[in-house]
Design a protein around this ligand. Structure first.
Ligand SMILES: [Zn+2]
Ligand SMILES: [Zn+2]
Length: 255
């Protein structure tokens, strides 16, 4: 560690973005302690679903159960790809909750750097015109008052040297919480939930990266991608901090 880093460390001690433990200054911008480094399940090292990018419970398969079912139903996939940095579990959840409630710049930096690394890894050859975010639910904004997906999109855009497009979407109607819904119900719940805030001239033929904090079935990303594609966007990619593994303990059901 050089003198400047030591000084920065002394004045602004870094905290692990997942567990909050004090750590030394991280040049990478990713604040993670060695214990969390071992515990957090990074998606890059896993075999993932060809459609939604979620880690596969069984690496012999090419698709997760949810995408396999969707392919057999009439749900279209509008996005070109989804990527996520880590698996959503007890350990990563702690970090994401901390990001929402503490609103720390350090957490935004950590998670944006993790998202950026995955975007480079999975969509390396893609030239994005804009990076934007899924808009927060009005109720959630009232409760928390912080748009974490917007903050992540802004920082990720800076890290990838792509134009940040704030407030591209608007929520046309408020949706119920997605947590206890099946994959099919989630898509139904979101149908027509989003629209463009301005007119569609700016997105004609554009390639857009949409950011959210957590993706579960990819239903929210798919609905935003549908709006963008139907409004003239050329390609829509999506990235999140965390994704849930859908094969193990799968709750998605069409029955
Ligand atoms: Zn930690
Ligand atoms: Zn999938």
């Amino acid at each position: 560690m050089n003198i400047l880093s030591r000084l920065v460390n002394l004045v602004y001690p870094s905290k692990c973005s997942f567990c909050g433990k004090l750590i030394s200054f991280q040049k990478s911008g990713i604040n993670i302690c060695s214990e969390c480094m071992d515990k957090i399940k990074f998606c890059a090292s896993r075999k993932r679903c060809k459609v939604c990018g979620t880690p596969l419970g069984n690496p012999r398969y090419r698709f997760c159960q949810s995408c396999f079912r969707k392919a057999k139903s009439n749900i279209c996939t509008y996005y070109n790809g989804i990527t996520a940095a880590v698996e959503y579990d007890r350990n990563s959840k702690r970090g994401i909750l901390n990001l929402k409630h503490a609103r720390s710049l350090s957490s935004v930096n950590t998670f944006s750097n993790l998202i950026t690394a995955m975007v480079k890894n999975d969509f390396g050859g893609v030239n994005f015109d804009y990076i934007t975010a899924i808009p927060p639910r009005r109720q959630r904004m009232k409760e928390i008052g912080f748009d974490q997906s917007g903050a992540l999109a802004k920082k990720t855009a800076k890290l990838l040297s792509v134009k940040y497009y704030p407030n591209l979407f608007k929520r046309i109607r408020q949706t119920s919480k997605q947590t206890d819904l099946s994959s099919f119900e989630r898509q139904q719940n979101l149908n027509g939930a989003f629209g463009l805030k301005g007119n569609s001239d700016n997105i004609q033929g554009k390639t857009i990266l949409v950011i959210d904090d957590v993706t579960t079935t990819g239903a929210t990303f798919n609905e935003c991608a549908r709006v963008l594609k139907l409004s003239g966007a050329k390609a829509v990619y999506c990235a999140a901090i965390a994704t849930t593994e859908k094969n193990n303990g799968d709750r998605d059901s069409f029955t």
